[in-house]
Design a protein around this ligand. Structure first.
Ligand code: MG
Ligand code: MG
Length: 629
């Protein structure tokens, strides 16, 4: 599979775009006309520069409003085309894209369109150039690929073929069966773009919301499989117009783009990708590492203690403590050079080496870590949001050199009794506004997770978008959130949380309250609404009200959960009890939670908030951290 990317996908000058595409390993590019017109380089200089970078120029695009015009305009249109063929030649490209006419004056006559395209193909053939005809979803007379194909068939000229653009086809919901009827030698070019499902004008949708494959709602693997089954052997080329990508770092975007193609290739070839080691099976979270600044160490420890975690081990060379309860493990890192919050997540991998090799093949930045001579060599990569991701295997009984070997066990004297927490259920990470789609694809492809529905939640300070990615069996669950509109302050949407599972939510709430830190208090109105909406036992509602437990149900399963007060600048915990087949995260309750977090209601919440206000930002100790580069 040859890979390509249209220069319009990336920001910067044409030189920046070419460099970024080459850096990410693309085989070729489509030169987008406005990028060429705005460049100080001549077409032949562009050709040289691309060649030096190892890139072919596969397409020049777009040439507009050609076919279906009154015949008196044909000569003028052909002259326009000849001038562009000069550019195509100088670029060393062999194909020019012609998109269907959007002008209101276009004549509704396929015979006329075919005649005029035949004349264009004759001129192209004289220059050894091919013309790829693309149906724009908003074309005036031709807006479906099968219609464009009927015209190309009528023209029957070796220099005229078709360009299939997944956006134009999937946005209209056109039946894909006719792709199989197009002979391979007439499939001149294929452009790939995904997009979220939106109900809006298709032109605006295309210009602003296209995304890389796997980042939207279209079934790109089915589309691509059909194109390859039809015998298409040219590049799979990304053509994405997106407001956010246009202002992002082009190198970073090019890598994101390449990662999407690698992942797409893997999904099309059903796991037999040439380039990617398959994902290793993941069995849950090994640990979550929290960076705590000195001002919030006290309250974090107090909260962990109340939740029934005990400090069971201390890292041998770093200021990192392991707090544990059954299989729920939290590392508190008092010396991390990162911002307070979740610094790292570690997943239990059946084959950590393969997980790391896959991540590297997917162009993830691999972190080099400082470690002592006898300490475990953990594979770690950096996610787009700055979180480190570790692949490891925890085996407390074996002699294998796992990560736990770097910790000295502490004596169990005086440990608090467990509250019944069993393991980490999910981790919720707030994402920077510009990198949400990139992050979702990153975590999904690295860890082999499946995307779940994307939701919009009303926080008191704005809308928050949330998307979960999970293993098929739900053992690794990750929730990514981002404000729908960019804003500066890290408010409710900027908070992160670690959710821990239990078998008896009321017992956990009870024991926590006895230890002085109860759940985040939830307004009575919530419970009155619950009673009105659902026919739940009044006793259960009263119990939930008493313990500030929230409730959701779906698919015959139930979800009971509560939140803790926030510690440090932006971290809180959630305790969850899943009953039956419930597979969600209580999203319906998130707005209630976010509003409750705005206004401390209990003495404990107020005390935590007060500590936060009083704390003077102390110097962080820089190196020596568990997770330091
Ligand atoms: Mg296109
Ligand atoms: Mg949650």
């Amino acid at each position: 599979m040859r890979t390509g990317i249209a220069t319009v996908c990336l920001s910067g000058t044409l030189e920046d775009k070419l460099a970024a595409a080459a850096h990410a390993g693309f085989d070729g590019v489509e030169v987008f006309e406005p990028d060429l017109i705005g460049s100080r380089l001549s077409p032949s200089e562009i050709r040289i520069q691309a060649a030096e970078l190892g890139l072919s120029i596969d397409l020049y695009q777009p040439f507009r409003d050609f076919e279906g015009v009154p015949n008196r305009q044909l000569e003028r249109n052909l002259r326009r085309a000849e001038a562009k063929f000069d550019v195509v030649e100088a670029l060393g490209a062999d194909t020019m894209l012609v998109c269907s006419n959007v002008s209101d004056e276009t004549i509704d006559d396929d015979g006329l369109a075919a005649q005029q395209l035949h004349a264009l193909a004759d001129r192209a053939a004289e220059r050894g150039i091919r013309v790829a005809y693309e149906a724009l979803a908003w074309g005036r007379r031709v807006s479906e690929y099968d219609h464009a194909w009927r015209i190309v068939q009528a023209v029957d000229h070796p220099a005229l073929g078709i360009c299939l653009d997944s956006f134009h086809i999937l946005s209209r919901g056109t039946n894909l069966a006719a792709i199989a009827d197009i002979p391979a030698d007439k499939l001149f070019f294929v452009q790939l773009a995904d997009a979220p499902h939106l109900v809006m004008d298709v032109l605006q949708w295309s210009r602003h919301y296209r995304s890389f494959p796997g980042q939207g709602g279209f079934d790109l693997s089915d589309f691509t499989a059909r194109v390859l089954d039809a015998g298409y052997a040219g590049p799979l080329s990304l053509e994405v117009f997106n407001d956010v990508f246009r202002q992002a770092d082009p190198r970073r975007m090019a890598i994101d783009a390449m990662r999407s193609l690698l992942t797409l290739e893997e999904s099309v070839r059903a796991g037999s990708s040439r380039r990617l080691p398959p994902p290793a099976s993941l069995h849950g979270y090994a640990f979550v590492e929290l960076a705590v600044d000195p001002a919030s160490v006290g309250e974090t420890q107090r909260l962990m203690h109340a939740m029934g975690f005990a400090q069971t081990a201390q890292h041998r060379s770093k200021p990192v403590a392991l707090w544990q309860q059954r299989d729920a493990r939290i590392l508190l890192n008092a010396g991390a050079p990162t911002a307070p919050g979740i610094a790292a997540i570690a997943v239990e991998s059946a084959d950590p080496g393969r997980s790391a090799a896959r991540a590297e093949a997917l162009l993830a930045p691999v972190l080099s870590r400082q470690r002592g001579p006898d300490e475990a060599d953990l594979s770690a990569i950096a996610a787009p949001d700055g979180t480190s991701v570790f692949f490891c295997r925890t085996d407390e009984r074996s002699d294998m050199r796992g990560w736990l070997q770097d910790f000295d066990p502490l004596s169990p004297i005086g440990r608090a009794a467990s509250t019944g927490l069993t393991h980490i259920d999910h981790v919720a990470l707030a994402q920077p506004f510009d990198y949400f789609d990139e992050a979702a694809l990153f975590y999904r492809s690295m860890l082999g997770l499946e995307p779940r529905e994307s939701l919009e939640l009303a926080a008191p300070d704005g809308l928050v978008r949330s998307r979960a990615v999970t293993t098929a069996d739900g053992r690794v669950r990750l929730v990514l959130t981002v404000p729908v509109l960019a804003h500066d302050a890290a408010q409710a949407g900027g908070l992160q949380h670690v959710a821990v599972a239990c078998g008896d939510i009321f017992l956990v709430a009870q024991r926590m309250r006895e230890r002085g830190v109860g759940p985040l208090s939830i307004p009575d109105n919530y419970y009155d609404d619950l009673a009105a909406r659902l026919d739940l036992e009044p006793d259960l509602i009263e119990l939930m009200r008493e313990h500030d437990v929230l409730y959701d149900r779906a698919r015959g399963g139930e979800f009971l959960h509560f939140y803790t007060p926030t510690v440090g600048e932006r971290l809180f915990f959630e305790v969850v009890e899943r009953r039956g087949d419930y597979d969600g995260y209580g999203a319906a309750n998130a707005p209630v939670r976010m509003t409750a977090q705005r206004a401390p209601a209990t003495a404990t919440e107020a005390a935590f908030a007060h500590e936060r206000a009083q704390a003077t930002p102390a110097e962080r100790e820089g190196d020596g951290a568990y997770n330091a580069a």
